[in-house]
Write a new protein. Structure first.
Length: 268
């Protein structure tokens, strides 16, 4: 690894990015060190010439040594200058298995910084493709929440329920402290039919230290049993350190499963 990295570095120094990428094409694909050479050259090419790198990836779509992180870093770098360009480059590679919701989400979250509406439209336009998944919508929602939480929530409400739950959690998880306080009311009053499990989980995790009782109260309103127990146990453990007696008395009527109660008492 280290040796190959040194070789990769010197090839980039001597031949430039373009030449180094051509050199990769001449390596024996079966050699054990080939992947390390790719890693080394691509890592150095990203900051120097992401455009040449993008063109090279486009010319070699079936090259097994081109990893998901290479798409991600190249797209991220192009997006920092021109998100629209990064978006259309990735769109031409949606068939590639290295391009997933996480990779596409990099570009979407860069784009939110400069033009949230364009970013949201682009993400919506990907509906029906394999990259349109919760990783993508979570990334967009979470980044947008730091900029304009009301708009992010409004957009998230247009998603189908399977995506709304994780995306709304990502939005609440990324709110500033003030915004969290401002949104507390509707979170607490929101329906308990399971559609708001995401917001409740995120709210409970955020409030775990500040207001653990209110956090537990919200966690217990989650419909998804697994998530409900996991988050309640997490908060109850913190409380148990502070007020062991009070938690001991509360556990029998908490509605938590016995194994969960045991985990709190044993603090595991």
């Amino acid at each position: 690894g280290r040796m190959t990295d040194v070789i990769g570095e010197s090839v980039v120094e001597k031949r430039g990015v373009q030449g180094a990428l051509e050199w990769l094409g001449q390596l024996n694909k079966k050699d054990g060190f080939t992947q390390a050479a790719y890693n080394s050259v691509v890592r150095r090419a990203v900051p120097r010439s992401s455009n040449s790198l993008a063109e090279w990836i486009s010319r070699n779509p079936n090259d097994k040594h081109i990893q998901p992180w290479m798409f991600k870093e190249t797209a991220r770098k192009i997006a920092s200058r021109d998100p629209g360009l990064a978006a259309s480059w990735l769109e031409s590679h949606l068939g590639n298995k290295s391009v997933n919701g996480d990779v596409v989400g990099q570009v979407a979250s860069s784009w939110v910084e400069s033009d949230p509406a364009a970013a949201a439209n682009w993400v919506t336009s990907l509906k029906g493709t394999k990259v349109y998944d919760k990783e993508l919508t979570k990334k967009l929602g979470g980044t947008w929440a730091r900029k304009d939480p009301a708009a992010a929530l409004e957009w998230a409400q247009t998603l189908d329920p399977k995506l709304w739950v994780p995306t709304s959690a990502s939005i609440v998880g990324n709110l500033s402290r003030e915004e969290l306080g401002r949104n507390a009311q509707w979170i607490k009053e929101s329906s308990t039919d399971g559609s708001n499990d995401g917001v409740r989980a995120a709210y409970a995790m955020r409030m775990a230290d500040e207001d653990p009782y209110s956090a537990i109260e919200q966690a217990l309103l989650m419909k998804d049993a697994l998530g409900r127990e996991k988050i309640t146990v997490h908060i109850a453990k913190k409380l148990y350190k502070r007020e062991p007696q009070r938690i001991r008395e509360w556990l029998p009527q908490s509605g938590l499963s016995l194994p969960s109660q045991q985990r709190i008492l044993r603090n595991q």
